[in-house]
Design a protein around this ligand. Structure first.
Ligand SMILES: Cc1cc2nc3c(=O)[nH]c(=O)nc-3n(C[C@H](O)[C@H](O)[C@H](O)COP(=O)(O)OP(=O)(O)OC[C@H]3O[C@@H](n4cnc5c(N)ncnc54)[C@H](O)[C@@H]3O)c2cc1C
Length: 489
């Protein structure tokens, strides 16, 4: 890091080291931004200095894979979708595409809790709607009236206000009825966003279903057609949809390790150094760090959560900062446990179990992680990841680790018939980690971006604006790199 004192603007002139860019936050989005900047500089044969500041001791942010004995525990994300380009393209450019493994075909299905027992999610049900009615008809999940109401989706007229945003709950209630929402859609979508469906924006999270409504007049019709024609952009039927997920052989942490190592060939990662202040200078920016040092840069990328970005931008970009501060975040704990299969009565013949809020349990979902991917648990054992908290039960995050573990023990014993003698336990708490894309989010994101459009040397990356999954987060880092690269070119 170059330390400078205030008032020496000549330090900003392109030097022998070329232009200087600071990236705040070395989660996947910050690392992807650094990697992309170095690609751009290399292709243009230009000198560029890139510094990453990471307040935690290690890069990776929410991505964390930890080896404990023969277990490889996933404490954050465990996989990513491959029909969006971000993650797969990055793995290819990192030379690790051959390390990606698909999900295990034997267990490609999900379970949902119904009246206290796990039942299979009807085959061909894709998050919001089915592509075929027969599996819904056969499922014990819905009442005869609920099934009829789902079938009526074929005839529900499309909204006359396609331009307006709508909550997920309102959209599903309107198209498929309350039962479909309560018994299946809320837990399935809740498993991804840990959100309140009454507030979650369907346009910001699942816009393709709004498009289906407008184009085909019915989600069921559109999904059925996609299942037969496999139109690009439409996911295949449920079982095959699980085949769209992949992960590095040694866990998502392997991606961060390889990425950070490549980034460090040409950039510096300042571990354990947070940025506390950001000041606009006549040319460029001055940063102040938690170590009390200052440094100047031509351009800055903020790859930190929206509430952190809001604090750092409150003087220099007050309009964007106010909007960023209004993006709510939910907190989640993942209680990761390893068990001998002989201690589990349930066959665990699925990728996981989601729990509807109506079931009034204290857990959101359980991922049977080693049923999805090999090498996550020793032979004869299973890794379970139980999700607690989220936007609907924030009070549970106040429980101590012992209390969380006891809560998970009671729930898993009851739901899966586990004899509780875990081989390994680990609790990961992710406070204010999951941005909540509430109704109006798309417009808010547009306002933030338009207010930053006049500042070509400043960009945002991360999961706050355009998607929470790893592929979108990686793409956001790359887009931020391209924006500031243009600005300093
Ligand atoms: C529990 C959970 C499970 C998930 N599972 C999946 C999954 O299976 N698949 C999937 O695709 N996605 C999943 N996601 C989403 C995905 O993991 C995240 O969206 C993504 O990792 C976010 O990356 P990021 O770089 O934007 O942010 P982060 O990972 O949050 O990184 C931001 C970094 O900034 C640092 N920082 C903060 N303030 C400062 C500062 N002032 N100065 C310097 N550094 C700072 C932080 O320490 C952190 O390292 C999951 C998310 C959660 C919470």
């Amino acid at each position: 890091m170059t330390e400078v004192s205030r008032g020496h603007d000549q330090d900003l002139a392109p030097s022998a080291l070329g232009r200087r860019v600071a990236i705040l936050g070395a989660g996947v989005s910050g690392l992807a931004a650094a990697f992309r900047l170095n690609e751009l500089a290399r292709d243009a044969q230009r000198l560029l200095t890139v510094d990453l500041y990471e307040s935690a001791p290690q890069p990776g942010g929410l991505v964390c894979t930890r080896e404990v004995g023969d277990y490889r525990l996933e404490l954050g994300p465990d996989s990513f979708i491959t029909n969006k380009p971000g993650a797969v393209s990055l793995c290819r450019r990192l030379g690790m595409e051959d390390q990606l493994v698909p999900t295990d075909e034997r267990y490609r299905r999900s379970l949902v809790l119904f009246r206290g027992r796990p039942v299979a999610v009807p085959e061909d049900f894709q998050l919001l709607a089915p592509s075929a009615l027969w599996p819904v008809w056969k499922s014990p999940l819905f009442s005869p009236w609920g099934k009829l109401r789902i079938a009526c989706e074929l005839f529900v007229p499309k909204t006359r206000h396609p331009e307006s945003d709508e909550s997920l709950a309102s959209f599903v209630r309107r198209r498929l009825g309350q039962e479909a929402l309560d018994r299946l859609v809320q837990p399935l979508v809740g498993g991804i966003y840990t959100s309140d469906p009454e507030k979650l924006s369907v346009r910001a999270t699942l816009a393709r279903f709004q498009e289906m409504e407008q184009q085909s007049g019915s989600l069921i019709k559109a999904l059925a057609k996609a299942a037969t024609t496999r139109a690009p952009g439409h996911a295949p039927a449920t079982g095959a949809r699980y085949g769209l997920f992949a992960t590095p052989r040694l866990g998502v942490g392997q991606l961060v390790e390889v990425l950070a190592a490549q980034v460090e060939r040409s950039a510096q990662i300042h571990r354990g150094v947070g940025v506390t202040q950001l000041r606009r200078l006549p040319q460029g920016f001055e940063l102040e760090t938690s170590k009390g040092t200052k440094a100047r840069y031509d351009a800055v990328i903020l790859a930190v959560p929206a509430h952190r970005a809001a604090e750092l931008l409150r003087h220099e970009q007050p309009v964007a900062a106010r909007e960023l501060a209004q993006i709510e975040y939910a907190s989640t704990a993942i209680v990761v446990t390893g068990h001998r299969l002989s201690d589990v009565a349930h066959p665990l013949d699925a990728f996981g179990l989601v729990i509807p809020a109506k079931e009034r349990r204290k857990i959101l979902a359980v991922s049977f992680t080693s049923r999805k991917f090999a090498l996550r648990a020793p032979e004869g054992s299973v890794q379970l990841r139980t999700f607690v908290g989220g936007a609907m039960q924030p009070e549970l995050m106040e429980r101590s680790d012992d209390e969380l573990l006891a809560l998970v023990r009671d729930e898993l014993t009851d739901l899966l018939g586990i004899r509780w003698q875990p081989e390994v336990t680990h609790i990961a708490r992710w406070n204010r980690s999951m941005p909540q894309y509430h109704v109006g989010h798309v417009e808010r994101a547009a306002r933030i971006e338009s207010s930053l459009a006049q500042e070509p040397h400043l960009a945002l990356a991360g999961n706050a604006l355009h998607g929470v999954g790893l592929p979108d987060t990686i793409s956001s880092g790359e887009a931020a790199a391209e924006k500031v690269w243009k600005g300093i070119a």
